[in-house]
Ligand binder design. Sequence first.
Ligand SMILES: [Zn+2]
Ligand SMILES: [Zn+2]
Length: 263
Amino acid sequence: MPLPPDLHVHTEWSYDGPRGSMERSCVRAIELGLPAIAFTDHADFVQVHEGQHCVDIAGYIDCVERCRLKYTGLRILSGVELGEPHWFPQETRQILAAAPLDKVLGSVHCVKLGGEIVDASQLRNRKDADIAAATRDYFAEVLLMLESEQPFEVLAHLDYPKRYWPAGAAPYNERDFEEPIRNVLKAAARTGRVLEVNTTRGAVLCPDLTVVRWWREVGGQAVQYGSDAHSPDKVAEGFKVATKMVEAAGFKPAKDPVSLWRR
Ligand SMILES: [Zn+2]
Ligand SMILES: [Zn+2]
């Protein structure tokens, strides 16, 4: 079975993509026989990482157009990964008005810890942080994002804190968060969102089988895949395992390989 499109890839246009390259990611996608790739560079408006900034959308779009002319056999989709769009409705409106985008991902990366904005990847360095409580806050924030009427189509890496789970804490288990996760999934289904299965560059499935099954149970219609690659060698990493998992959860590929997987 051919691999599905990789619809979550970062390039040199992301603040955290120094090893990214849109051109070489296209070359890699063609090597792998992917039917399509979407470049979803960060549209972040928080300041929690060194040098964090929103994608230069005009420069990015020029680069997409150059790649489309050069790699005519590959379907190249434009896009962004919106970070906490519900905290920044005006900035979000501006970025989406600046260019026609094919794929808009909605992501929560941050939670508020005693009023301070912290990326979930930083929680493991906080000795004072209660990781389970912060994860509940995280899911509450995802729910707010989904209900905020921000115009994004895809819910990205819905259990992002799992990637950075502290070594000393009790292991992450979906079932410990079943109620908040189901509430997130119900809101995503109700608002017609697509669930992303993010393979974290081949390291962790975000979300895993249990959650994709819940997605089907609550009426979720469609699934798409994203590697979250920040360098060309990671494009579509983990997709073989991910497609088997999604199939086991009851979703099937469409005849058209560019289309989403549906129930
Ligand atoms: Zn992200
Ligand atoms: Zn990403």
